[in-house]
Design a protein around this ligand. Structure first.
Ligand code: ADE
Length: 231
């Protein structure tokens, strides 16, 4: 699997792969990451990549030419590439998308800056367009990292223990039950006593009850879905 970040600011992205689980996966050749800067493809003598919006409106919009040329180059290098644009004006990214995308061989994330990307680029090249939530970031880089992280932990071999994938929140409508580590009593704050008694059937029942409570409180719409699917 390969990820290509198409971005004007690759340094915003690079640091994330320099530590922890994703670094280990790259070191083990489970996936690789590279970067493409649209500015390197600009025909403008000053390597300009943006301009004012046609029809008015605040801010600058990324021009079509550098992105058309960059993405044409990428597609010529690899036919099987899956191109994803990050914008707040799109379908919300979900865990199901993360699992589905983990089966692709090469994903390119195209990040906009300024007021966004000329729509003609998205129409021409997007296989998919995602938002990571109902708020506006200063650019798509963080959004593409969020998606890349969520996708890559679903690639075989990235997580040490693949069991941890199947019991996570969003695998079912219920949010995950709370977890505790040692000590059992930290300055008077105790782990629920049932967790300590070793009766696994009782622990499972308690975890389901706690999951239901959390889901009802934080995500009432998910709780409703759980009640309907349980029937
Ligand atoms: N770019 C700016 N805001 C964004 C968001 N919420 N999701 C995806 N891309 C973005």
């Amino acid at each position: 699997m390969k990820f290509t970040f198409v971005t004007l600011f690759s340094n915003l992205v690079k640091g994330y792969f320099q530590d922890s689980i994703l670094k280990r996966a790259i070191d083990k050749d489970i996936f690789s990451v590279d970067y493409l800067n649209p500015r390197d493809f600009s025909n403008n003598k000053h390597f300009k990549v943006d301009d004012t919006a046609v029809g008015g409106g605040a801010g600058m919009v990324m021009n079509p030419q550098p992105l058309f040329t960059a993405l044409d180059t990428l597609k010529k290098q690899e036919e099987d590439i899956h191109i994803i644009f990050m914008t707040p004006v799109a379908k919300p990214f979900s865990q199901n998308d993360a699992k589905r995308l983990a089966k692709k061989s090469h994903i390119a994330f195209v990040s906009g800056r300024y007021e966004g990307i000329d729509e003609r680029v998205i129409e021409e090249y997007a296989d998919e367009v995602f938002s990571i939530g109902d708020y506006i970031l200063t650019g798509g880089e963080l959004a593409s990292l969020v998606i890349c992280d969520a996708v890559s932990r679903n690639i075989d071999g990235v997580l040490g223990n693949s069991d941890s994938l199947s019991i996570e929140s969003f695998e079912t409508p219920l949010l995950e039950a709370p977890s505790f580590s040692k000590p059992k009593n930290y300055e008077g704050n105790c782990v629920p006593s049932e967790y300590l008694k070793g009766n696994h059937s009782k622990i499972r029942t308690l975890k389901i009850a706690l999951s239901e409570c959390k889901t009802k409180f934080f995500r009432p719409e998910q709780h409703l879905k759980h009640k309907i699917t349980k029937r």
